[in-house]
Design a protein around this ligand. Structure first.
Ligand code: BG6
Length: 501
């Protein structure tokens, strides 16, 4: 086991302790941190919810979640007992002011027991409409005035549009200092996403060509093969643009497009990222139809199984205009990226689960080879696969072995070694960062608002103009034809990666 410094003593209160996010993601992540000896020497996890549970039942419920969703499964069973000694349940009505005193009392008890003042982390894994009132009540507790040890974690969606995100920021920053607020975008915790910074800024090779002089265009795909997974009630009021583009995809775009940070200080990195968002060319409402395409899946077949159309899903309006697919073309108006299109797309029930970024380089400036040498010639391309493949591929030309000069495109691939089991899940990284008080991988208030600003013209235009062709793509496809046309107008096509395993 590698030796590392564990975070200081911490208590994590999880609002929404009986909910799905905790069951599928948070507890399994905390359990793996525990196994890897990343949890503090002294820690307590307290689930808070309205459902009635004895601590025993609660632990059994979460243990089931771990056995279903943890990256490590059977072999780790032996450690459940030690882990769950740290886990308790507090049945509270989040609307009842008195309840919050019980939280303060719990902290005091632990403080005395441990002989040290611990970090106190409030994780709000609740429906977005509950966030303001919980935050407000927490804000009245004395312990929240401690800027260095008390933190609040806010899940997405962060607002429903620019105005509501701004309002939520106002509320939170009125109650807590910015360094106490951790706004989660779980994509930033993914190993392969963090590796974008290593690739770009720890190598001298890429940065000199990472600009408009050498790059033709960039594509970002976040295709999901799953559908709504029972989340119709939420998704119907969200849609692909809010659910994936405003946060995850724009964050990936920032990682690819940002300038080199001077240090790894949280604010320095976030400043460089927000510069990208602020440089994205605003899309005029009258141009939305040229720059953005929306789609909604109908019924059909997915890998041999019949699936219902979006409008027939539970919790969805039978005449719904909510998009389950979105593709957008952005430009970043700065010296590095002027004129380089960034094509992004995301969708549910797509042919293949695949999140990847493609940097398409320009053609070689001159070409000395005879034309017959270069029949299968292709320009250079760098592909960063985020998931499920975790690799980086560089395509370049090589001579085909033999007596004639014939060129072939070949790939050089770096693959993360080992299986997925050994790679920490995004939530592990992020929870550890919260305990350590490192906000680098979290969204700052201005970042969230800048990202909303980018998509507002599209959202507003789509809201006011009903789509005429929904549903316009079938499950197990690559989305609507209009999305192909969007990129074909510029002489390109979407790049779908063949899976490597
Ligand atoms: C969430 C979205 O933020 O990200 C979901 O709300 C989506 O709709 C999910 O399925 C995708 O995350 P991942 O890590 O599976 O790519």
């Amino acid at each position: 086991m590698q030796h590392h410094k564990r975070p200081p003593a911490s208590i994590l209160f999880i609002f929404g302790g009986s909910g799905d996010l905790n069951y599928r993601k948070l507890t399994p992540a905390l359990y793996n941190l525990f196994l890897d000896e990343w949890m503090p020497e002294q820690f307590a996890i307290v689930g808070i919810g309205r459902t009635e549970y004895t601590s025993e039942n609660y632990r059994a419920h979460l243990q089931e979640g771990i056995s279903k969703f943890s990256r490590r499964k059977a072999e780790a069973n032996g450690h459940y007992k030690e882990f769950f000694e740290h886990v308790n349940y507090l049945q509270l009505d989040a609307g009842d002011i008195e309840s919050y005193q019980r939280i303060a009392e719990y902290v005091q008890t632990k403080e005395q027991e441990w002989g040290t003042h611990p970090n106190v982390i409030f994780y709000l894994a609740v429906a977005p409409q509950l966030v303001p009132s919980i935050a407000q009540e927490l804000g009245t507790l004395n312990l929240c005035k401690d800027k260095s040890t008390t933190r609040i974690v806010i899940e997405k969606p962060f607002g429903h549009d620019l105005a509501s995100a701004h309002e939520l920021n106002d509320l939170l920053t009125g109650l807590f200092a910015e360094e106490q607020i951790f706004r989660i975008d779980h994509y930033l915790g993914k190993e392969t996403v963090q590796n974008i910074l290593a690739l770009r800024f720890a190598n001298a090779l890429f940065e000199p060509v990472w600009n408009r002089h050498y790059i033709d265009h960039i594509q970002i795909t976040a295709a999901e093969s799953v559908g709504l997974e029972g989340r119709g009630g939420y998704y119907e009021h969200s849609g692909a643009l809010r659910d994936m583009v405003q946060n995850h995809i724009l964050q990936l775009m920032c990682m690819v497009a940002m300038e080199a940070p001077v240090s790894f200080d949280a604010n320095e990195i976030r400043n460089k990222k927000v510069d990208v968002l602020n440089a994205i060319r605003p899309i005029k409402k009258e141009d939305v139809h040229e720059s953005a395409v929306r789609g909604q899946y109908g019924d059909g077949w997915m890998k041999g199984k019949q699936v219902t159309g979006y409008r027939q899903e539970k919790g969805v309006d039978p005449l719904s205009n909510t998009e389950t697919y979105a593709a957008v073309k952005f430009y970043v108006d700065n010296w590095r990226w002027q004129g380089v299109p960034f094509y992004v797309r995301t969708g549910k029930l797509m042919h293949q689960k695949s999140t990847h970024i493609t940097i398409q380089f320009k053609d070689a400036p001159t070409f000395a080879f005879p034309s017959e040498a270069a029949e299968s010639w292709r320009s250079n391309r760098l592909t960063i696969s985020i998931q499920p493949e975790m690799d980086i591929r560089i395509r370049f030309q090589a001579k085909r072995p033999g007596q004639t000069m014939t060129l072939d495109p070949v790939n050089m691939t770096f693959n993360y070694e080992g299986s997925d089991d050994h790679t920490p899940e995004a939530y592990e990284t992020l929870l550890l960062d919260v305990m350590e008080g490192d906000a680098t991988l979290f969204m700052r208030a201005d970042q969230v608002e800048a990202a909303w600003k980018v998509i507002m013209p599209i959202l507003e235009t789509w809201e006011h103009r009903s789509p005429q062709d929904f549903p316009n793509y079938v499950p197990d496809s690559w989305g609507p034809e209009d999305a192909d046309a969007l990129i074909a107008r510029d002489g390109h096509s979407w790049i779908n990666l063949p899976p490597t395993r």
